[in-house]
Design a binder for this molecule. Structure first.
Ligand code: 6R9
Length: 647
């Protein structure tokens, strides 16, 4: 069946930043002469010392090195705040919408400036210096944005840990970056419940050793304080001067670290730097969403994920936008909350994840129809492939067929969108992220030979041929891991870890991860992380984890567990293991299905054959392929007989 194609409306295209001809001309220019193209784009920022070099990058395996605007000097907070003050001091920078529908606030650029300068001085008074790392473990409150910007105002590097992560996961990240300060809050209200952030920090510090904390009084809960270690945000801010000059930073100085799951071992600390990242976040925010002055932009992500970094804080504020920050969840007080917020704040661009769309779709159209959504001009999605049913619902029910949908494919590692329709330029097809952004050269390689497939129609692994300014620069403290994870399987290319198909029109369709990373509700999870949490349990001898199709989450977590001899399987033990993984990693890693496996399918050399485990988890055991190389082929029969996902 031919794909339905949705061309941009003529009126939209006529006033957009880019129509089709503009996109094509700019894309061609960005590939023909990247230096000239990104030199011009670099001018979207204010530089304290202008750069003389633009692109200095190589993907050559022997010496992978990525530098952009290398000798330029700038400050991110000055670009996101100070330079807007003359023209936008009284404009709203951040609209905050609380978990409780009665709580909201507007913060102007002038107020943002004051708060960030004061907080930067608080950091200094707590001993934070240029280059030091600050861990943020925050609710979705304006203070989270202040805390990020105050870091880069003084040249400190933030590492945000998602508020849903456990004390154990938090401790590992505090230790990994040798944090000098932790900024947190007493509690994080979400969906009418309160996550005990400060109590989690207390537990984490028992593991990592003490680090000073700064605690925002979000709910005012009466909590224990450790004298000399824990500091009140309110008290510290009351003393702080609002005068803090922005620190001159080199374009390649680190801006932030963000830990993300890989296919092996512990999460990787993805490092983004100052100049290139901000140019790219700013440009993609402007073009992908066709953001115009005065628009209200809402990205529903959490600041603990890269989407929150680039499209709640850095991209929008660099562009002098009004950005909405939402503390709550899509279903509280009811499944109409997103649409109520869109109506209340007259949102113009709305950006969310397919898992949220699928969940809300299941609640029926009445929740959408209650609200006036006529302000919406562009709808965006991110995080995982969007199935056409969800795309169509988003288009018809939310957008009333009038708002173009931008399906943005990118990664923590890429800093900003790599493939996405531009809403005034590129016709969309439900489920395709369409075409590359400026400067991005996607290629599809044959997975085993690594040969580039040159035909338009192609399917294989997705790599990128050359650098773009928003690309990650290294893995924190482990450049070899950076090279081996992204530049070794397919030499000369950046390897995305995603599978991809290119259709006859040259449109790209992401087919999902080709490595041992699963995507649960748009959150990346290494199967190895869940496995190592499971085997840390005293009753577990061995564990293997795979993803399986899940209606709402996209993928669910399917665990095969071999118990220590003498341990008996039981439903109580299932509950215990599920809680154990939640405690080790966090609720997002909760196993959906746990199958007791007396044995795992292994090759004679002891490698687990995950292909077989995936098939059984998918309830598709008719196509197991060759099992004759297994050390003990009979384990497969037991796995099939006791499979948990039966349709
Ligand atoms: C931004 C973000 C990255 C992985 C990526 C891919 C999947 C993201 C997607 C998508 C299909 C899209 N992904 N956007 N797949 N269509 N529009 O999500 O970063 O958390 O690092 O995840 O998510 O598999 O490789 P991150």
């Amino acid at each position: 069946m031919a794909d339905t194609i949705y061309p941009p409306a003529a009126a939209f295209a006529a006033s957009a930043h880019a129509d089709k001809a503009t996109y094509e001309a700019m894309y061609a220019a960005s590939i023909a002469d990247p230096d000239a193209f990104w030199d011009a784009q670099g001018k979207r920022l204010d530089w304290m010392t202008p750069y003389t070099k633009v692109k200095d990058t190589t993907f050559e395996h022997s010496g992978v090195s990525i530098k952009w605007y290398d000798d330029g000097v700038l400050n991110v907070s000055a670009n996101c705040i100070d330079r807007h003050l003359a023209t936008r001091g009284t404009q709203t920078a951040i609209i905050w919408e609380g978990d409780n529908p009665e709580d909201s606030a507007h913060i102007t650029y002038a107020q943002l400036h004051t708060e960030v300068c004061k907080l930067a001085n608080v950091y200094k008074s707590l001993g934070v210096r240029k280059g030091d790392r600050v861990v943020l473990y925050m609710p979705m409150i304006p203070e989270a944005a202040y805390a990020m910007l105050a870091c880069n105002r003084i040249g400190a590097v933030h590492s945000i840990v998602f508020g849903g992560f456990s004390p154990e996961a938090l401790a590992a990240r505090i230790t990994a970056c040798d944090a000098k300060l932790i900024v947190t809050a007493d509690q994080a209200p979400r969906g009418g419940k309160a996550t005990p952030l400060k109590a989690n920090v207390d537990k984490a510090l028992e593991i990592s050793g003490d680090v000073p904390t700064l605690v925002v009084e979000r709910t005012g809960a009466d909590l224990p304080n450790k004298a000399g270690r824990d500091h009140s945000y309110t008290a510290a801010m009351a003393q702080a001067s609002a005068d803090c000059a922005p620190e001159p930073m080199n374009a390649e100085d680190p801006l932030f670290i963000l830990y993300t799951s890989g296919s092996t071992g512990a999460p990787k600390g993805v490092v983004h730097t100052t100049g290139g990242y901000l140019v790219y976040a700013s440009m993609t925010h402007q073009y992908t969403f066709d953001y115009k002055d005065g628009d209200v932009f809402w990205c529903t992500a959490d600041v603990g994920w890269v989407t929150g970094h680039s499209y709640i804080v850095y991209g929008p504020l660099a562009n002098g936008a009004t950005t909405l920050m939402f503390e709550g969840v899509p279903t509280y007080p009811d499944a109409g909350r997103f649409w109520a917020v869109c109506e209340k704040h007259k949102v113009n661009q709305f950006y969310t994840a397919p898992t949220a769309i699928r969940a809300l779709m299941g609640q029926g159209e009445a929740f959408v129809e209650k609200y006036d959504l006529s302000s919406i001009k562009v709808l965006g999605t991110v995080g995982e492939p969007i199935n056409p049913e969800a795309w169509n619902w988003y288009n018809d029910v939310v957008g009333k067929g009038k708002a173009p949908i931008v399906d943005t494919w990118w990664q923590t590692e890429t800093g900003g969108h790599l493939m996405t329709p531009l809403p005034g330029a590129i016709s969309t097809k439900p489920g395709s992220c369409t075409l590359p952004f400026f400067g991005v050269q996607p290629v599809i390689l044959e997975p085993t030979t690594g040969q580039e497939i040159l035909e338009t129609e192609a399917e294989g692994v997705l790599c990128i041929k050359d650098s773009w300014p928003g690309q990650m620069r290294t893995v924190w403290g482990d450049h070899d891991r950076f090279v081996s994870a992204y530049f070794s399987d397919y030499k000369g290319y950046y390897f995305t870890g995603d599978g991809c198909r290119r259709d006859a029109d040259g449109y790209y369709w992401i087919t999902g991860r080709v490595d041992d990373v699963i995507n649960v509700s748009g959150h990346r999870m290494g199967t190895a992380e869940v496995e190592s949490a499971l085997v840390a349990h005293p009753k577990v001898a061995e564990a293997a984890v795979v993803g399986y199709p899940h209606d709402i989450k996209g993928q669910g977590i399917y665990c095969y567990v071999t118990l220590m001899s003498g341990e008996a399987p039981s439903d109580e033990l299932r509950v215990e293991l599920r809680n154990w993984v939640r405690k080790e990693i966090g609720p997002i890693a909760s196993p959906d299905l746990i199958q007791w496996a007396p044995g795992l399918p292994k090759t004679r050399s002891g490698k687990i054959m995950r292909r077989i485990l995936r098939k059984v988890a998918e309830d598709d055991f008719g196509a197991l392929g060759d099992t004759s190389t297994l050390a003990d082929p009979s384990v497969v029969d037991d796995l099939i007989e006791n499979r948990m996902n039966r349709s």
